[in-house]
Design a protein around this ligand. Structure first.
Ligand SMILES: C[S@@+](CC[C@H](N)C(=O)[O-])C[C@H]1O[C@@H](n2cnc3c(N)ncnc32)[C@H](O)[C@@H]1O
Length: 269
């Protein structure tokens, strides 16, 4: 992988990182041996994980177009991931080139790529910050400079909340972030679930992530739905990614119906 421009000392190559494992699922090159080995173990347990990652990413693109088409002109994308074109700002700017995007991730490898691949076109910034400290995140100078909290904002929590443990109170974190947003703002959220898989399979997958830099907490439909408290869900509600406003007919496939992910978009009244 290219190491141009990053702080090599900050990058831990001794443990798998969720961002780099996800990059591997998506077919990216920005991962290390330790990530590939862990990701291959997950693929052996959950062969549909690669499809789930692609479908999640595709939901993110459709949701970004949806919020931009509703007039949102500023986005906070927490849990950015290793850049994979098209990224949020590229999709949003197909609707309006002036849309501002504040990217946030706690992984130094994402930070290392941000300058070249996320923030180089202007009107976008990156903060190396942690979702689990929402107060500091909202007060980060980059976020304060780019985001006007008097105007509607799209908050994106796409495939990140399952890296927050129950003991860290993900519901309170989401409430803290969303309470800073004015009426008309949107919450774009996706989350891994165990609703469609065998408990034994899931236990083994969780074991793989226990050795990574973030553990994995899968949640059922009701728990994921609860993060939209105070928001009105856009149709079709909280569903698996292939079924969220597809742009072409979805084939009738058991694999798609069994994908272990939920996603939705809510509007703050
Ligand atoms: C599976 S990737 C999702 C990337 C992108 N949102 C997508 O759905 O295509 C999850 C990202 O969340 C980041 N992440 C995990 N825990 C985090 C935390 N506590 N604070 C900030 N970022 C976190 C990881 O570093 C990784 O880049």
């Amino acid at each position: 992988m290219s190491t141009e421009g990053f702080e090599a000392a900050q990058i831990d190559t001794s443990r798998p990182h969720p961002a780099r494992m996800y990059d591997y699922y998506l077919g990216g090159q920005d991962n290390y041996e330790v990530d590939r080995l862990a990701a291959e173990r997950v693929i052996a347990l959950l062969p549909d994980i690669r499809l789930a990652a692609r479908e999640n990413r595709s939901f993110m693109h459709r949701a970004t177009r949806t919020v931009a088409s509703r007039g949102i002109r500023q986005i906070i994308d927490i849990g950015t991931g290793i850049p994979t074109a098209p990224n949020t700002h590229q999709v949003a700017r197909e609707v309006d080139p002036q849309i501002r995007v504040a990217y946030v991730d706690n992984d130094p490898i994402v930070s290392a790529y941000a300058g070249a691949k996320l923030t180089n076109e202007g009107n976008a910034g990156f903060a190396l910050a942690d979702l689990r400290d929402p107060k500091s995140l909202l007060r980060h100078p980059m976020v304060e400079e780019l985001i006007d909290f008097d105007r509607p904002v799209a908050l994106m929590l796409v495939a990140i909340l399952h890296f927050v443990e129950d003991a860290e109170d993900p519901g309170a974190i989401v409430r803290e972030l969303t309470s800073a947003l004015p009426s008309g703002s949107c919450l774009v959220l996706s989350h891994a679930t165990h609703d469609f898989h065998d408990p034994g399979q899931i236990r083994d997958v969780r074991e793989v992530y226990k050795n990574a830099t973030a553990t994995l907490t899968l949640r059922p439909h009701d728990a994921v739905r609860s993060y939209f408290g105070g928001f009105e869900l856009l149709e079709p509600g909280l569903v698996q990614p292939p079924f969220w406003n597809p742009t072409s007919p979805v084939p009738d496939s058991a694999e798609l119906r069994g994908l272990g992910f939920y996603c939705g978009v809510g509007i703050k009244p």
